[in-house]
Design a binder for this molecule. Structure first.
Ligand SMILES: [Zn+2]
Length: 436
């Protein structure tokens, strides 16, 4: 009988403890205070000195000058008074399921032909951790390259705290057409697996979008061009893939779900179709003519140029591939400044995964600046502007009251030396310090 009473008491106290834990609102949230020597808040056009950021739980409660700031009792203070503090960075074009494949080791195809999915997922988890450690607290990851819905799984594992990683916006499988994606170059008698979902016709296109949205796609990724080569007159030619009709079915479906469509497009017919079909963001956009820029401005289309990726792995100069690789860079270096000066909304994106994850993600900043972008503009392309594209304005990409506490810090002034952003020394995501 005595034992019974003890048991009842124990169960009751456990139940009460659980109630107290789940009733999180009533329990006081932890308060953290960051003293920022210099603050680049992601939105304002200039930096501010000596700021105090008060964080309650996972959100920023206030940002104010150090002079008048009142530090709450019992708050944990993080002293970054000798550092420059910025919002967590956002890379709007990555592939955590790619590893900068080395042709010597089987290139792109080996991933799909030989590697178990669990191996690919393990490597994707490492890529996600690397991104976070470099201060990228959010990624828009634009397709898994044959790893199906693996990105949805990695996102779950991050959100549930099993593995460290950024906030992920995932695109799942991506969509292209017959003749419009790898694996290719095998005997025609073989049915090869593809790195994207292949559709032909608006019915299949809409169905693919529905499937991907059903299984957790935050964005739909579409390939509007595929192969590219140097044409007769020395111009860059890109093979178009989906028709306007096919794309319109995808865009209509995706917008109905309140989501957006990212379109891989280099130039020419495929780029025109991408814009006529209502794409929300143009990925790469190597060869933007005046008409495309005017249409992007009119439609409010985002531009994610991924400059860095095109300076990697050039073929020899005397081969068709080598000439194409050089041509891609030379047209891109014209398109980017033209779009920039016309006022197209540019977001920071690297195509990491195409680039090995061992390289600094922030290298893209230097590329953008070398082509005429102001340092603060480049930082905003990876903070508040990317947040706007992701429909997360006010939540991420800025250090302001009400935003989620995604905060990074560097030594020195990135506005005078942008390479400083390649060496992020402090990272907080969702109010938790992940690197110090
Ligand atoms: Zn890509």
């Amino acid at each position: 009988m005595k034992i019974m009473r003890w048991a009842v008491a124990l169960i009751l106290s456990l139940a009460l403890a659980t109630a107290a834990q789940t009733n999180g609102g009533a329990v006081a949230q932890s308060v953290t205070v960051i003293r920022a020597g210099v603050l680049i808040d992601g939105k304002a056009s200039s930096a501010r000195r000596d700021q105090v950021i008060i964080i309650r739980g996972n959100r920023i409660e206030s940002v104010s000058g150090a002079a008048g700031a009142k530090i709450p009792d019992g708050a944990k203070v993080i002293d970054l008074s000798r550092s420059t503090v910025l919002p967590g960075l956002i890379d709007s074009h990555t592939h955590i399921f790619l590893q900068g494949e080395d042709p010597e080791q089987g290139g792109y195809d080996v991933n799909i032909l030989k590697y178990p999915l669990a191996y690919r997922a393990a490597r994707a988890a490492v890529a996600a951790r690397r991104a976070l450690e470099q201060g990228f607290t959010t990624l828009r990851d634009v397709e898994t390259e044959g790893a199906g819905y693996g990105d949805v799984g990695i996102k779950m594992a991050i959100n549930e705290g099993y593995i460290p990683g950024p906030r992920l916006f995932v695109a799942t499988r991506a969509i292209s057409t017959t003749g419009g994606y790898m694996l290719e170059g095998y005997a025609p008698e073989l049915t090869m697996p593809k790195g994207a979902q292949i559709v032909d016709g608006p019915v299949e296109a809409r169905k693919a979008a529905r499937e991907q949205l059903e299984h957790g796609a935050d964005w739909i990724k579409v390939y509007m061009t595929h192969r590219s080569w140097v044409g007769k007159n020395g111009e860059l030619v890109s093979q178009p893939t989906l028709t306007v009709e096919e794309l319109k079915a995808i865009v209509d479906e995706t917008h109905g779900w309140g989501k957006k469509v990212a379109c891989h497009a280099y130039g020419g017919i495929g780029l025109r179709r991408a814009l006529d079909g209502g794409c929300d963001s143009i990925e790469h956009g190597l060869d933007l003519d005046e008409a495309a820029i005017a249409q992007m401005l009119k439609q409010g289309t985002w531009y994610c140029p991924t400059l860095s990726a095109y300076y990697h792995d050039w073929g020899p100069a005397d081969t068709p591939e080598g000439q194409r690789d050089r041509k891609r860079v030379s047209v891109h270096e014209v398109s980017f400044p033209k779009a920039l000066h016309a006022g197209v909304k540019i977001v920071f994106g690297t195509d990491m995964g195409g680039i090995p994850w061992t390289e600094p993600i922030a290298q893209e900043f230097s590329r953008m600046i070398s082509l005429g972008m102001a340092p603060m503009d480049a930082i905003q392309s990876a903070t508040s502007r990317a947040a706007q594209m992701l429909d997360m304005e006010g939540q991420i990409g800025e250090i302001a009251a009400g935003a989620l506490a995604d905060i990074v810090a560097v030594q020195g002034d990135p506005l005078t030396d942008i390479k400083i952003l390649e060496n992020v020394q402090f990272v907080m995501k969702d109010g938790k310090v992940v690197k110090q």
